[in-house]
Design a protein. Structure first.
Length: 151
């Protein structure tokens, strides 16, 4: 169970996880020692899952983002698990969601260009005999991207 201080700490760290414990304490109105204990506990309990740096895909030449919906042919557990493993290992896939509705999965794919997306499609989707069909939508503009959870 998270209390108000835990939630304030999480909100601050989701904005900037490079804060010192002293800076964090000032922001959340607590002591540096208390913040350090709580952050370590939040990490140990799996509430904080990673401390990462977000990188602009365009800075690395990944100028094309494609949203792909995938419909599987058979929904046997072993085949679904195999598709999940395949998507986890695909370096082009930055996000993969199993969803309800018309599609079984939604992928976010970041690649250099259309040719790189074509290679991804041929290597990962066309070769998977359990993929019935897929639809791709090229992102024209990233209007909002906030990899955080409302606390």
């Amino acid at each position: 169970m998270l209390d108000d201080l835990d939630r304030r700490i999480l909100a601050a760290l989701q904005t900037n996880n490079r804060l010192s414990f002293s800076e964090l304490a000032d922001i959340v109105s607590s002591s540096a020692a208390s913040c350090m204990r709580r952050v370590n506990k939040l990490r140990a309990n799996g509430v904080i899952t990673a401390d990462i740096s977000l990188v602009d895909p365009k800075a690395l030449g990944k100028s094309l983002t494609v949203v792909v919906t995938v419909e599987l042919d058979r929904e046997r557990l072993d085949l679904v698990d195999e598709f999940k493993r395949s998507m986890r290992s695909a370096k082009e896939v930055t996000q993969c969601y199993m969803v309800t509705g018309d599609a079984d999965f939604v992928l976010i794919v970041a690649v250099d260009d259309v040719q790189a997306f074509d290679v991804f499609v041929k290597n990962k989707l066309y070769t998977d005999s359990n993929v019935r069909k897929f639809k791709s939508m090229i992102a024209l503009d990233r209007v909002k991207f906030e990899p955080r959870v409302l606390v």
